[in-house]
Design a protein around this ligand. Structure first.
Ligand code: ADP
Ligand code: MG
Length: 242
């Protein structure tokens, strides 16, 4: 009943519009490659549920060792933090990098710009003093996305992309599926605040997503749809699961 009255449909990108089966294009080491450091990266991503993590694990699983004394916690919408041997390690986007007082060198920045211009999602692996590696990752659109968006537009439903990924990558995906309202680098709380604002303007809002980072937005929306291959919490809070 509520779905039939929807004015605006907010969509997550990764795993919702795209297949969410990403693969690593490049792993660019800015320091000499070392098996112990690589095992830290491997263990952190092996312990993470994020689709990007699976891609990274696949790429480096040969020759990496699982370090059972390593612990991680997620920084929603930005990445993961690991602790090993009393030291902190990070994997995530530029926001996570800056928040931990790190900056990119000119070479690292140039590499980032090049990768992003190819619509690749970029994450960095770093500690509190060095950036170890940059990793660029691609994902494919779902075959059905473009047609689905066209059908929604025909029903006069306005579509918006809200993603935690880089703005430029988000724009490329938006263009491919025919959406012109797109926001990148959006944190989980901002996804839900965006929906609340639309509701205050009198709109009936639907949200579609698959991730932990979409859960607050799914809960806020008037009606919400979770992707059945997504995280448990998204399915738990959503009105329905496909
Ligand atoms: P989306 O909204 O597109 O589903 P998320 O909010 O889940 O994206 O993630 C936002 C960003 O956080 C990712 O693009 C990535 O840069 C970073 N990130 C989150 N989790 C991880 C992880 N396990 N490994 C690497 N990067 C991560
Ligand atoms: Mg997602």
């Amino acid at each position: 009943e509520m779905l039939a009255r929807v004015d605006v449909l907010c969509l997550d990108k990764t795993g919702t519009i795209t297949k969410g089966k990403p693969w690593v294009n490049e792993m660019n080491w800015f320091v000499p490659e070392e098996s112990n450091i690589k095992s830290i990266l491997y263990t952190m991503e092996k312990s993470s549920e994020h689709p990007l993590a699976d891609a990274i694990v696949d790429f480096i699983k040969n020759g990496s060792e699982f370090l059972k004394d390593l612990t991680i916690h997620n920084v929603t919408g930005q990445g993961v933090v690991g602790v090993y041997d009393s030291k902190k390690y990070f994997i995530g986007n530029e926001a996570l990098l800056h928040q931990n007082g790190m900056n990119l060198s000119d070479d690292e920045k140039q590499w980032l710009v090049d990768q992003v211009s190819l619509a690749r999602t970029v994450v960095f692996f770093f500690d509190e003093s060095r950036v170890f590696a940059g990793i660029s990752i691609s994902d494919q659109l779902k075959d059905s996305s473009k047609n689905a968006i066209a059908l929604l537009h025909n029903l006069d439903i306005s579509c918006v992309i809200l993603t935690g990924d880089n703005e430029q990558v988000a724009k490329v995906v938006a263009k491919e599926v025919g959406i012109n309202r797109v926001y990148g680098n959006v944190l989980p709380a901002e996804k839900s605040a965006f929906i609340e604002k639309l509701q205050q303007d009198g709109k009936v809002v639907a949200m579609v997503g698959d991730g932990v980072n979409d859960s607050a937005a799914l809960a806020q929306a008037d009606v919400s749809i979770a992707m059945g291959k997504g995280s448990d919490i998204a399915m738990e809070v959503a009105t329905m699961t496909i």
